[in-house]
Design a protein around this ligand. Structure first.
Ligand code: TLP
Length: 344
């Protein structure tokens, strides 16, 4: 059966160029800082983000945890959105591992945090309260529809953080999708941000890995924290090699994924019984079922029987993600299968 896997851009497989680069990668022991390919990836990442230094880690989850551990001490507090990936999907890592307190405020539907909400969440200096240390933003915002935070919005949070003497960490798992969607240099989304992590293993299609970028001192301390959580990887250049190809060859093509997502959203929106949440800005389509013939809980299973895979992400809420390997023809096929399923 033909399978169209729209569960996530994490399912992407490495390109032939990545496999070749992996096979030929020059390697060393990265815990000694001696893997030339990892070092090259870190240099390229820092350059690309406009930071002094960078650190290769195995996953986005570890990248966020190591970054928060580096910014905060026990009992300190992070202000973040109630829809943030780090709050919802990272097993409570900041509390579980770091004894760091997550202070959630509502995410607006466009993925932003209202400046007034951030302002009132910052704690006054009083022994009763945890110390606020960090603001966490997410760009693109996964649960808010793959929404893009603009350069202007980011700058306004940076300004507020400076005023309140706080740091900002950006979960930029899909920051390149944001830059491509806005048509800006990724550095523009980083101005004044203290640390960012981005993923090589999502839309950029590398098999494994994320990168944390920040100041030289921050990255030196993050390297210690990566060790604490067991993220030192030895001959990791074999993975970094794919990451270098990902950064070189896979960024511009994200526009194709965005076009496919728009086409998918438009097509689904024309099928009676389906409601698309918003026109996608990047590679995610969020969907609800609005009909009585079968319960929403059956949609994923019924479509799986037709070879179309996607995820349930809430009560009657579904996510479909376009990515490398999904073609225009796959979108047509998906739409036909949805159309038939809804008439069954
Ligand atoms: N997100 C995954 C799932 O965990 C939901 C997905 O399929 O989208 N930040 C953001 C914004 C993410 O979307 C993800 C992964 C991560 C961090 C964590 O990255 P990994 O999976 O590499 O630990």
């Amino acid at each position: 059966m033909r399978i169209v896997d729209l569960r996530s851009d994490t399912v992407t497989l490495p390109s032939p160029a990545m496999r070749k680069a992996m096979a030929e990668a020059e390697l060393g022991d990265d815990v000694f800082g001696e893997d030339p390919t990892v070092n090259r990836l870190q240099e390229r990442s820092a350059e690309r983000m406009g930071t002094e230094a960078a650190l290769f880690v195995p996953s986005g989850t570890m990248a966020n945890l190591v970054s928060v551990l580096t910014h905060c001490r026990r009992g300190e507090e992070v202000i973040l959105g109630n829809q943030a990936h780090m709050f919802r999907y990272e097993a409570g890592s900041m509390a579980a591992v770091g004894s760091i307190h997550p202070h959630t405020i509502p995410n607006q539907p466009d993925g932003t945090l209202a400046l007034s909400d951030i302002r009132s969440a910052v704690r006054p200096g009083d022994v009763h309260f945890p110390r606020t240390r960090l603001i966490l933003l997410e760009n693109t915002h996964n649960r808010c529809g793959g929404a893009v935070l603009s350069v202007e919005y980011t700058a306004s949070v940076v300004q507020l953080a400076r005023e309140k003497e706080l740091c900002i960490h950006l979960d930029g798992a899909r920051i390149f999708n944001a830059a491509v969607s806005l048509g800006v240099d990724v550095k523009d989304l980083m101005r004044g941000i203290d640390s960012v992590c981005f993923c090589l293993s999502k839309g950029l299609a590398a098999p494994v890995g994320s990168v944390i970028c920040g100041s030289r001192d921050f990255i030196a301390e993050a390297r210690r924290n990566r060790k604490v959580v067991g993220g030192g990887m030895r001959q990791a250049g074999i993975l970094a090699a794919a990451g270098l190809v990902a950064m070189e060859e896979m960024v511009d093509r994200l526009a194709e994924d965005h076009a496919n997502a728009r086409k998918l959203a438009e097509g689904l929106g024309n099928i009676t019984g389906l409601v698309v949440e918003a026109r996608p800005a990047t590679n995610m389509v969020y969907l609800r079922l609005n009909m009585q013939r079968f319960p929403a809980t059956e949609l994923v299973g019924r479509m799986k029987d037709r070879g179309i895979l996607f995820l349930t992400v809430g009560e009657n809420r579904f996510r479909l993600v376009t990515h490398y390997g999904i073609t225009d023809a796959d979108i047509d096929y998906t739409l036909t299968q949805f159309f038939d399923c809804m008439r069954e």
